[in-house]
Design a protein around this ligand. Structure first.
Ligand code: 4NP
Length: 163
């Protein structure tokens, strides 16, 4: 689907980005790592996450996201960090969860080449999916967290099959 965006060389370095780096992007990191491990392809990837904000630096993911992820067999142990300009050289694909994340990332991209590494997670949603972004679950209930995990599972499966 998106092979022209994905580098030939391995490992492919993927950074997932949201606002807080305690809900959506550490979940995306956990989902992707589990899919990769399930295929025995850990050596082909570097997978990390970061936030555009700095409210929760050093924290584990939100306890609600950890509970919902654990129900699916995912243990989320990432420690929150803020995205940096160095990430644009350290990663091949930088994948934002929503339009606001994408705008914040574009604002700090150090060059046009760096900006070309930016992608929206929704690019890997199934065509029939009605969402065009991964909605922020922070002020939502359980359904919000389950929806995020469903969308991330779908998108990560499609991303992995593209690589
Ligand atoms: P995330 O969710 O961007 O998916 O990690 C949020 C987490 C924290 C806040 C906002 C969104 N916050 O405002 O603290």
């Amino acid at each position: 689907m998106f092979n022209n965006m994905i580098p030939e060389r391995k490992p492919v370095r993927i950074l997932f980005v949201c606002l807080g780096n305690i809900c959506r992007s550490p979940a995306a990191e956990g989902v992707m790592k589990a899919l990769v491990a399930g295929q025995g392809r850990e050596e082909e990837f570097v997978i990390d996450s970061a936030g555009t904000g700095r409210y929760h630096i050093g924290d584990l993911p939100d306890h609600r996201m950890r509970i919902h992820a654990r129900r699916r067999g995912l243990e989320l142990t990432h420690r929150c960090r803020q995205v940096t300009q160095d990430d644009f050289s350290d990663f091949d694909l930088i994948i934002g969860m929503d339009a606001s994340n994408m705008a914040n990332l574009r604002a700090i991209a150090p060059s046009p080449e760096a900006e070309r590494k930016l992608h929206a997670m929704a690019e890997w949603f199934n065509p029939a999916t009605t969402y065009d972004h991964v909605p922020d679950p922070y002020y939502e209930g359980s359904e919000g967290f389950e929806l995020v995990l469903d969308l991330l599972d779908e998108a990560c499966r499609n991303l992995l099959s593209d690589i």
